[in-house]
Design a protein around this ligand. Structure first.
Ligand code: SF4
Ligand code: SF4
Length: 120
């Protein structure tokens, strides 16, 4: 069974272009939405994303909406802790497909590392 974890040097979820996330206002507070939009660079990537190393430059102080944590997902998306892994896997796969493509090495690497070979 696949268990979610973040795969290093991916960064797909740091592509913040709001045109790809039309429902932001449904789950972010007004202040968070303002913060989110302030992070979007001209190329659609977060201004704190180090594109060379594909890492967050402010990881330890990244905003709440960047954190895959039980209390955050329960609050933002009404996801119960025991559903977090499956939900986060779906989120990551969608985001990686959207940013890098559905045949990308990034997607293969994610699926391999979490133990999901695309059988569901
Ligand atoms: S899309 Fe998923 S695996 Fe990739 S950086 Fe974001 S949380 Fe990690
Ligand atoms: S703050 Fe960090 S984790 Fe959040 S989108 Fe920006 S680079 Fe990614």
């Amino acid at each position: 069974m696949a268990t979610w974890h973040c795969v290093k040097h991916c960064g797909a979820c740091c592509h913040l272009d709001p045109r790809d996330r039309p429902d932001l206002a449904d789950y972010l507070t007004p202040d968070e939405l303002t913060l989110y939009l302030s992070l979007v660079g001209e190329d659609g990537w977060c201004i704190h994303f180090d594109s060379t190393n594909r890492e967050c430059r402010i990881y330890s102080s990244r905003p709440r909406f960047c954190r895959v944590e039980p209390d955050v997902f329960q609050d933002l998306y009404s996801i119960e802790p025991d559903e977090l892994s499956d939900f986060a896997i779906d989120c990551c796969q969608q985001q990686i497909e959207g940013v890098y493509g559905d045949r990308s090495l990034e997607l293969l690497r994610f699926q391999r590392e979490i133990g999901d070979w695309g059988t569901n």
